[in-house]
Design a protein around this ligand. Structure first.
Ligand SMILES: [Zn+2]
Length: 228
């Protein structure tokens, strides 16, 4: 099954990228000082929170909220260029499909072509409860991207896969297998919702222990251990 047409990059095959901000197309005026914008966002968030949620407002809570917003906004502004945006010469040179955002030529660049991954805002560290960290705290919980491998396509053809990341793990699977994973995930989210709903009902009866009783219990235990 040879698809020679795919080796020929064509801007007509480029998916619409509406709403995708391009750094070089950014308006010249108000973006001049990102610090001012960040300060403005922090101020606006604090003011809005004090007004709408006075009972929950703390400067730390407002700052955390604002910092998340600022991080998301700056990520949108630093979105990588697609091969189509880089132009035909780039696409021909690297055999890139228009959607590819890989920085070919960079020492750590992927050999294949890839979309920018979509990812959960939840990081692995947010779910970490063991207290141990292996330095991968900043990894997203889940990621997914489309990857095309077309090195020497006349000889080896072209293969599209979905890379499904979960923490440190990366599954390189066919679109069909990814579809199966999605269907399984959909079923799982329904089950997860049931588990959470049940846990929330059960948790309504949770209570804190008495630290004084806990201390006495601890001491009694230590005495018993000392006697043994
Ligand atoms: Zn590429």
């Amino acid at each position: 099954m040879k698809r020679t047409t795919m080796a020929r990059p064509s801007t007509s095959a480029v998916p619409a990228m509406k709403g995708r901000p391009r750094s070089e197309a950014a308006p010249a005026e108000p973006v001049s000082n990102p610090d001012n914008i960040s300060d403005a966002i922090r101020g606006a968030v604090a003011a809005a929170m004090q007004k709408a949620l006075p009972q929950h407002y703390t400067p730390e809570f407002a700052a955390n909220f604002a910092n998340t917003m600022i991080a998301e906004l700056s990520q949108a502004n630093t979105r990588p260029l697609t091969a189509a945006e880089r132009g035909t010469e780039w696409m021909l040179r690297w055999g890139c499909p228009g959607f590819c955002v890989v920085e070919h030529g960079h020492p750590q660049a992927l050999d294949s072509h890839s979309t920018a991954p979509v990812e959960t805002s939840l990081r692995t560290a947010d779910l970490e409860c063991s207290g141990y960290s292996d330095g991968t705290d900043n990894l997203p919980w889940l990621t997914a991207q489309t990857v095309v491998t077309n090195d020497q396509p006349q000889a080896f053809g072209r293969e599209t896969s979905v890379w499904l990341g979960y923490g440190l793990h990366l599954a390189e699977i066919s679109p069909a297998k990814a579809r199966k994973a999605l269907n399984d995930l959909r079923t799982f989210t329904v089950q997860l919702a049931d588990v959470i709903e049940f846990a929330e009902r059960v948790a309504a009866d949770d209570f804190d222990g008495d630290p004084e009783i806990a201390r006495l219990d601890e001491e009694a235990r230590a005495r018993r251990a000392g006697r043994a």
